[in-house]
Design a protein around this ligand. Sequence first.
Ligand SMILES: C[S@@+](CC[C@H](N)C(=O)[O-])C[C@H]1O[C@@H](n2cnc3c(N)ncnc32)[C@H](O)[C@@H]1O
Length: 315
Amino acid sequence: MEQTETTGRSVPSSAVAAHMQAAQERARVHPAWQALNFEKWIKCVILGDVLDEGDEVLEISCGHTGAEDSNTGGAGGGTHHTYARHKIQHLTTVDSSATVVAAAQRKWEKTKRFDAEFATADLYTISLDQVLREGRSFDVVVCFDGMQNSFASEETAEMFLRSATCRLREGGYFLGFLPDSSAIWSKAAKVNSKGDEAPKFGGDLYKIEFNDDLSRFQPFGTSYTHRMREMEDRKQYLVHFPTLLQLARKLQLEMVEVVNFIDFYEDHKKSHEAALTEIMGWTKTNKKLFPNQLELIGLRTTFVFRKLRSGESMP
Ligand SMILES: C[S@@+](CC[C@H](N)C(=O)[O-])C[C@H]1O[C@@H](n2cnc3c(N)ncnc32)[C@H](O)[C@@H]1O
């Protein structure tokens, strides 16, 4: 059997299989390898859109991927690689886990391509303003996959958002990605249209199980468990976007965009094709996102906020 590519050329299935196997090996062979690599591409594109030479950046909830070595040698890799490519001047890294922060620092010390400082802080309970060096401020604040659990309560969500943006300069950006609550909520509503049971749904790569019935999407405290093969189960909270926007307004943050990953892909796949090809380990003739990976990819959304300048009013 032969597989037809979008170019119209035919590629023998054995060649496709060999190529995909090599790409998977490069991605360290996780079943969700395309979805995970896709996140790297999003990071690279979204940061590339806002970073300027000389910027001072704050990355919160950095996790292990922040300082991950580039596994593509080029466009991809961890966020540090992207910061270096865009010649930022200084990075402040914060996470609640001292182990994570120490790992990020060790990786940074190998190359020191920009100035950096590292801090451990629980942003649900501590105001970052008290932790940061006096006078330090940021052009860009980055939070990939780190804000959702602050939506356990109003207090933690407000504290997290306030901490994230307390030193953001006027005109600066607060950006990242999150689970897409609307996508998750609508899938959950489909499997339990009456809203009287805790719904479960998923594909072969993931399962989502709500912890309560879905009679109401609460502004805070609506939780579910996200299970992924070969990863620890994660309890997460839905981010109620109208509430996020209200909290953001109080902090003079204007929403620039919130875009589901699938729409982001459609909007940027041509303009950032080279990076996508490289990160995915695709070839010129073989560029395909598999349906099960797309299902997972579609559960996430980007967000970008901008801090208003004094005198500017909220649109
Ligand atoms: C899912 S990981 C995301 C890691 C990384 N940003 C990425 O793109 O993969 C979430 C991170 O948030 C951190 N975190 C959890 N609770 C936190 C809190 N209260 N304050 C700061 N960081 C927190 C965790 O230690 C973890 O490193």
